[in-house]
Ligand binder design. Structure first.
Ligand code: 9Z3
Length: 312
């Protein structure tokens, strides 16, 4: 049986930077709420499940953070203020476009001893300039807040704190839950303190079900927000059914189903009374279009409609 969410918070300590993040979240949400801004919480990247308190080994969840990082950029384009809650070291908005060597290859080194300079290669300026301009605009206007998590427990603590701050925004708050959150974990009181020793033989590690946080999130933490969750499957034939089960169970607004293998080009939107696919055409892919552009545009329309009709 899944343990209850309240028991989870009672038996798992918050992360060490929790209070700092809570203050940042509160300040950010209050500031944007005062101006009547729409705010989106984008969760992104995978959670870890430590096997030891002094963690040497952990179970990880698959996700690069591409979906969340790209979507955050599109929400900013639509005028939203963005809380970007992501797995430490997963992809981030803007920098995701020039990750690793790609960035180094855009630069030129002019080695002149003490007068050494670095410039952007002329043919990279066109690529870098618009991204840099969007990044600077978001930073200068204080429109994006970055907070990060690593373990599934950090994620839940941060998620609840973010929701408590967003609740004041009522229907102007949008939750876009794209992080890949582990369904299984080792509860704190069942975890060894120190590194598991191989000398003791093959360990028998018993994972437990994590509590379903979407339940209190939708009904208690942000009851007036527009909540969108993602459902990831590897077997496409069960995707729509699983997405609909989730929607019926938690009664939020939208579940976006995606299969691991095709997630970059195909998703299915499942609402209480409809389901429709978004598929990138070959031409759109060749033109460099990202599916998150279409996903976010669709959600913004739905959210606008929701704000018009939702009573609170
Ligand atoms: C997703 O399904 C995301 O779209 C992906 C994005 C993780 C597939 P990437 O980060 O991938 O671009 O590489 N996120 C939700 C995954 C999840 O854990 N969903 C839970 C479930 O399927 C419910 S909240 O049971």
């Amino acid at each position: 049986m899944a343990s209850h969410w309240e028991e989870f918070f009672a038996t798992h300590l918050p992360p060490s930077d929790f209070e700092d993040n809570r203050i940042l979240l509160k300040e950010f949400c209050d500031r944007h709420n005062k101006c009547g801004q729409r705010i989106v919480l984008v969760t992104s990247g995978g959670t870890t499940v430590p096997l030891e308190h002094n963690t040497v080994r952990f179970v990880d969840n698959f996700s690069y953070g591409t979906r969340g990082a790209a979507s955050a950029e599109y929400f900013l384009e639509h005028g939203y203020s963005v809380v970007f809650m992501h797995r430490l070291n997963s992809l981030e908005p803007f920098t995701r476009q020039f990750n690793g060597q790609k960035f180094m290859d855009m630069l030129e080194l002019h080695d002149r001893g003490p007068n050494t300079t670095i410039t952007v290669k002329p043919d990279s300026v066109d690529v870098l300039a618009p991204v840099l301009a969007s990044y600077k605009a978001a930073q200068d206007a204080g429109k994006i807040l970055y907070v990060n998590f690593t373990t599934v427990s950090d994620y839940f603590w941060l998620l609840r704190a973010a929701c408590e701050c967003l609740a004041a925004c009522g229907p102007r708050a949008l939750l876009y839950l794209a992080a890949a959150v582990s369904d299984f974990y080792v509860p704190s009181n069942q975890m060894p303190t120190h590194k598991i020793q191989s000398g003791a033989g093959a360990p028998n590690i018993q994972l437990q079900l994590v509590p379903k946080m979407l339940a209190p999130l939708v009904s208690l933490w942000v009851p007036h927000a527009y909540v969108v969750s993602f459902k990831l499957e590897t077997d496409e034939s069960i995707l729509i059914r699983k997405a609909r089960d989730s929607l019926n169970k938690y009664k939020h607004k939208l579940v976006i189903g995606n299969a691991l293998q095709t997630r970059r080009t195909r998703v299915v939107f499942v609402t209480s009374d409809s389901s429709y696919e978004i598929v990138l055409s070959r031409e759109q892919i060749l033109n460099g279009m990202e599916i998150e552009d279409i996903i976010v545009s669709n959600i913004v329309l739905n959210h606008t409609e929701f704000m018009k009709t939702h009573k609170y």
